[in-house]
Design a protein around this ligand. Structure first.
Ligand code: NAD
Length: 466
């Protein structure tokens, strides 16, 4: 019988009070890996109550003891590193190396949380007034939650959970119903550490469960990562209910290539950016702006490198690009490519209807390059979230900056150049949160905040970092 996932509440694995389930599907093999509960308001209430019940004792547990759980967590995550990566491949479809990279980044957030006691200090001023000293202390606030997306099912929960609990808060995780198995294993491994009951809880479900989590009267705050339309809803709904909220949304990331850039190196970086995780990264390069004479050689180089990428099942070590998350995602991506072509883009590399031998029903989309894209086209404006790269042309640096800044998104942008002046100007003038200079994926490491501006981020306190 198919494995039916349970909710993790108060240190116990309990069946959902809802009897409805959705399948968790391996997008390459189409095997049903498990069934995920749709969840219920009652499940959420039980989870939040368990987190509330655990709070007082957890809060008064010394911070160094709380951090010790993360030392041990790091060790079990290292011990199970390959199992963790395998689950990501199976439920998400990315390659094994990409999954390993994801797990490594997740563990780095645990490393960061281990060091949190050194930055959890308050501050004090003596004689702020005559004979009066003033002190500000950082205190845990209560129950926090994270609502997470399918594309980094192991890493994104670890952006939030370790720091929240080392700081003395308790926690409710609501993972994506498309990729809940990674979170299940994360909770199983926490459970092995004998973390006090209720410090970490997990409820499965979709929109209704998310809403119940972020609006629960005893919930203090929510960290959300997902698409822009949902990030907006979460930001508004949580704020209306008086919660602290940080909501990281979708993206449309531009990469500017100057005529003085190293062609081969830029091409390799752009491959990793556009086609890594089959383009399902919020930091994925989606539009290349070729400046001046860089255009023709760059286009040829990109087509050459992208054509050579080996598409296949992520568990095969030789695969360089895996599947997208689902059949419906494949349909959406292919539809968006077709819309771009109808609007006048030229598919110089077309990944539609891609078949992979042995995985004929898998959700594969081959690397795609659309040339002749203009800023008005939907493929230049909207997030595709698939392995599709659009090429636009700019006469000079100023026009390229204008194109990048015309996007409603502001998650990331990169420039490839050997000019220090253009590198500095780009960083200064581009209105995006994560800036790469000769770097295709400008990912913040655990000790830095994950930037994001405009429609890519709603809130004031960014995820990760202090
Ligand atoms: P999604 O918005 O569909 O879902 C994210 C989470 O929200 C899931 O847990 C889902 O169950 C829940 N949810 C869905 N609809 C909801 C609603 N109406 N109300 C409340 N909760 C709801 O996103 P996804 O498809 O899982 O992930 C892909 C998206 O995430 C892309 O747009 C990508 O750019 C973005 N993303 C952003 C970042 C970042 O840091 N900015 C990182 C990773 C992914």
């Amino acid at each position: 019988m198919t494995h039916r996932l349970k909710q993790y509440i108060g240190g116990e694995w309990v069946s959902s009070t809802s009897d409805q389930y959705t399948p968790v599907i391996n997008p390459a093999t189409c095997d049903v890996l498990a069934e995920c509960p749709v969840g219920s308001l009652e499940d959420v209430d039980l989870a939040v109550k368990a987190a509330v019940a655990a709070f007082d004792e957890w809060r008064s547990t010394p911070i160094l003891s709380r951090a010790q759980y993360m030392y041990r967590y790091k060790q079990v995550l290292e011990d199970r590193f390959e199992d963790l990566a395998r689950i990501v491949v199976e439920e998400n479809g990315k390659t094994r190396d990409e999954a390993r990279g994801e797990v490594r980044r997740g563990i780095e957030s645990v490393d960061f949380a281990i060091g949190v006691p050194t930055i959890a200090r308050g501050y004090k001023v003596e004689d702020i007034s005559s004979g009066i000293d003033e002190t500000a202390e950082r205190q845990p606030l209560g129950v926090f939650s994270a609502i997470t997306p399918f594309n980094f099912p192991m890493m994104v929960p670890l952006w939030f959970l370790p720091t929240a609990i080392v700081l003395g808060n308790t926690f409710v995780l609501k993972p994506s119903p498309q990729t809940p198995l990674s979170s299940e294993l994360l909770c199983e491994l926490l459970d092995e550490l004998d973390l006090p009951e209720g410090v970490v809880n997990m409820v499965h479900g979709g929109k209704d469960v998310s809403t119940a989590v972020m609006t629960h009267p005893d919930m203090v705050g929510v960290s959300f990562v997902g698409s822009t339309p949902v990030a907006k809803i979460v930001y508004e709904t949580a704020a209306k209910h008086g919660k602290r909220v940080q909501a990281q949304g979708g993206a449309k990331n531009y990469i500017v290539v100057m005529p003085d850039a190293d062609l081969g190196g830029s091409g390799r970086n752009i491959m990793g950016s556009a086609y890594g995780c089959a383009g399902q990264r919020c930091l994925a390069g989606s539009v290349v702006v070729a400046v001046g004479d860089s255009y023709a050689p760059l286009r040829d180089e990109l087509v050459r490198q992208a054509s050579a990428l080996r598409v296949g099942y992520g568990l095969n070590e030789s695969t360089q690009m895996g599947t997208v998350i689902s059949a419906s995602a494949r349909e959406r991506i292919e539809r968006m490519i077709s819309e771009g072509v109808a609007e006048g883009a030229q598919p110089v590399l077309d990944g539609r209807s891609r078949q992979v031998e042995g995985f004929e029903n898998g959700s594969f989309v081959g690397p795609t390059i659309l040339d002749g894209v203009t800023p008005q086209m939907s493929v230049a404006r909207d997030e595709i979230f698939g392995p599709v790269l659009s090429i636009m042309r700019a006469a000079d640096f100023d026009e390229a900056v204008q194109m990048v800044n015309s996007s409603r998104y502001g998650n990331a942008a990169s420039i490839f150049t050997s000019s220090g002046r253009h590198a500095r100007e780009f960083k200064y003038r581009i209105n995006a949160g994560n800036i790469g200079i000769n770097v295709g994926v400008a990912a913040a490491t655990a000790s830095f905040p994950f930037g994001g501006k405009k429609d890519s981020f709603f809130g004031d306190l960014h995820g990760q970092g202090p």
